[in-house]
Write a new protein. Structure first.
Length: 291
């Protein structure tokens, strides 16, 4: 175990290339550190800080109305970083992983678990939906299996996760370090090959994370959007036949809410009269085109 620990750098000591281990806390994620590691390292090993919990995702019960949109943006960025990473990612699950934490076994290149590991999407029990994570799971498990897990909110053990393809290998708790070290010993001298496999030979398909973030905005606004009146969600300008529609709904992240739909519908007659070209853009950091 001592040799294994010495093989790793830890954020923020990460240099370009090499192997980095990141410890994941039960209810907190160092999004910035993980994204940096995915961009810089050759190999990233994700381990848990807590002996019984890998990660339970974001604090979705927060009373802060900005908490969920903020975390959603973090998860979208993290999903994008996983999708674009040329680093080989190993997730080591030795406890419970739920909700947003499922992004790690879903998007890791190799997920190693012990018999103590359990997995699940409990969002439906809190009247929530697993958006960005569900898209990541579809690539690993397929749509039917991911849909069932999201609808039932059930938890599954390591054996079931192995059967479904969420877990690649089950090892005894005492053999985890030796197993990871063995894989790294095989891979580290061949980092150029592992990077080529991930970036050129077998690149990851898009997880549509931004689109699923938009879906989350739709869900969040389902009970509130009709109550908000007079909020500016769309700017329209027309000059010399060129119409520019700028979506600017910073509350629901340019989701197709009732207000956004109404604003676009109200602009149609003017667009038909005056516009020859229509440019649709966003004033926010994200851009929603799911019209």
């Amino acid at each position: 175990a001592a040799r294994y620990q010495k093989r790793y750098l830890t954020f923020p000591d990460l240099q370009k290339g090499g192997t980095v281990e990141i410890r994941i806390s039960p209810t907190g994620i160092d999004f910035r550190g993980i994204v940096q590691a995915l961009k810089s390292a050759d190999f990233v090993v994700l381990r848990q800080e807590d002996p019984t919990i890998f990660n339970h995702g974001a604090p979705i019960d927060s009373s802060d109305p900005l908490a969920v949109p903020t975390f959603m943006n973090y998860y979208v960025d993290l999903s994008d970083a996983f999708a674009k990473a040329t680093a080989t990612v190993i997730a080591v699950i030795e406890g419970d992983v739920r909700g947003g934490g499922m992004i790690f076994p879903a998007m890791a290149d190799l997920t190693v678990a012990t018999q103590h590991a359990t997995f699940g999407l409990p969002e439906i029990h809190r009247d929530m939906v697993p958006t960005v994570v569900s898209r990541a799971l579809v690539e690993r498990l397929g749509q039917a299996t991911t849909r069932r897990l999201a609808l039932t909110g059930e938890s599954i053990d390591a054996d079931k996760a192995l059967q479904l393809g969420l877990v690649d290998t089950i090892v005894d708790p005492g053999d985890v370090d030796r197993h990871i070290e063995s894989m790294l010993r095989r891979w580290e001298p061949r980092s150029s090959a592992t990077r080529f496999i991930k970036s050129q030979l077998l690149p990851r398909e898009s997880t549509s994370a931004h689109a699923m973030g938009t879906v989350m905005g739709t869900w969040m606004s389902r009970d509130k959007q009709v109550k908000v009146d007079g909020r500016r969600v769309l700017d329209v300008s027309i000059n010399d036949g060129v119409a520019v529609l700028t979506m600017c709904d910073d509350t629901y992240q340019n989701t197709m809410t009732v207000e956004m739909t109404k604003a676009i519908r109200n602009a149609i007659s003017r667009l038909q009269r005056e516009a020859r070209v229509i440019v649709l853009c966003s004033s926010l950091s994200n851009f929603h085109v799911g019209l």
